[in-house]
Design a protein around this ligand. Structure first.
Ligand code: ATP
Length: 268
């Protein structure tokens, strides 16, 4: 039976950072958002609108000032302890002294999975990300895209029902990036995981997401949400007029209908 609870429930969240000299930054104001199980939601908006802050609150890496966040009905702290989600942030964050396989197995090792169980799972994941031949390599022997794939495999190691991804493809070249997007679509289909995905790229958000949450800064808040209802997310979609309609809808919201760009958002 599918879980009726949202994967993530964000209710009236405020986050105020207080500096040492009493200066305040109102990073998030009255942000509410539910993410359904299996849903792919992107956060997009100009630099400083609070995308990473929101992600960090969900991941229990920071504390909110007001409001409430639940992850599968639990506090973010409990969800973190229960390993209910996997995290992949911009820097792949692999341990350089560990092999590809040992990096992927790290969360399993921490949670006491035995060697045989770890090997079976890392075999599956290496196959999934197409790096079976690189299992014994070290991160410095891999390209940026390969490292990112390893980081995603590590995030998936414990079969999380939720993935939190903050600009995971930001450092990749355009071709690798599109390839990774295709892989992520396939992975989500296969695992049924919900995803919250931070990006600066409008086409990336539109291609991947069921919903694109457009945020605005000072204070960071949700400006609007664009729902995308594509029947398939494949190479053909990238050339389809419905895809361009989605890109235009998000761009108009970001730019308040103006033709010039919003700082920190890529049109490519
Ligand atoms: N630890 C912190 N202390 C004080 N202010 C912070 C802290 N972290 C973030 N901020 C402020 O909160 C606001 C939101 O920052 P955040 O990093 O969430 O934005 P963002 O939308 O992810 O930006 P970018 O697109 O540039 O990554 C900014 O004004 C930032 O300066």
């Amino acid at each position: 039976m599918t879980d009726p609870r949202p994967a993530v429930r964000i209710a009236s969240v405020d986050k105020i950072f207080r500096g040492r000299k009493g200066a305040e930054v109102h990073a998030l104001s009255d942000v509410s958002l539910d993410v359904a199980p299996g849903e792919f939601v992107s956060l997009i908006g100009p630099s400083g609108c609070g995308k990473s802050t929101l992600m960090r609150l969900v991941a229990d890496l920071d504390q909110l000032t007001a409001g409430e966040i639940e992850v599968f009905g639990k506090t973010p702290e409990q969800a973190r302890k229960d390993q209910d989600y996997g995290i992949a942030f911009q820097q792949a964050g692999l341990l350089p002294w560990r092999t590809v396989r040992a990096n992927i197995e790290l969360p399993l090792e921490i949670h006491g999975v035995d060697a045989r169980g770890r090997a079976a799972r890392s075999d599956e994941l290496l196959e999934l990300i197409g790096l079976a031949d690189f299992a014994d390599h070290h991160p410095d022997q891999l390209s940026g895209g390969m490292k990112q794939r390893v980081a995603i495999a590590r995030a998936l190691a414990e079969r999380p029902r939720l993935l939190l991804m903050d600009e995971p493809f930001g450092a990749l070249d355009e071709i690798t990036r599109e390839h990774m997007q295709n892989e992520l679509v396939a992975l989500c289909k296969e695992t049924g995981a919900a995803v919250i995905f931070v990006t600066h790229s409008i086409p990336e958000a539109v291609f991947l997401s069921d919903r694109v949450v457009v945020m605005s800064p000072r204070p960071g808040r949700i400006k609007d949400i664009v729902t995308l209802d594509f029947s398939a997310r494949d190479e053909e979609l990238r050339e389809d007029s419905t895809f361009y309609d989605g890109v235009t809808a998000v761009r108009m919201l970001l730019h308040d209908g103006a033709a010039d760009g919003a700082r920190g958002v890529e049109n490519r």
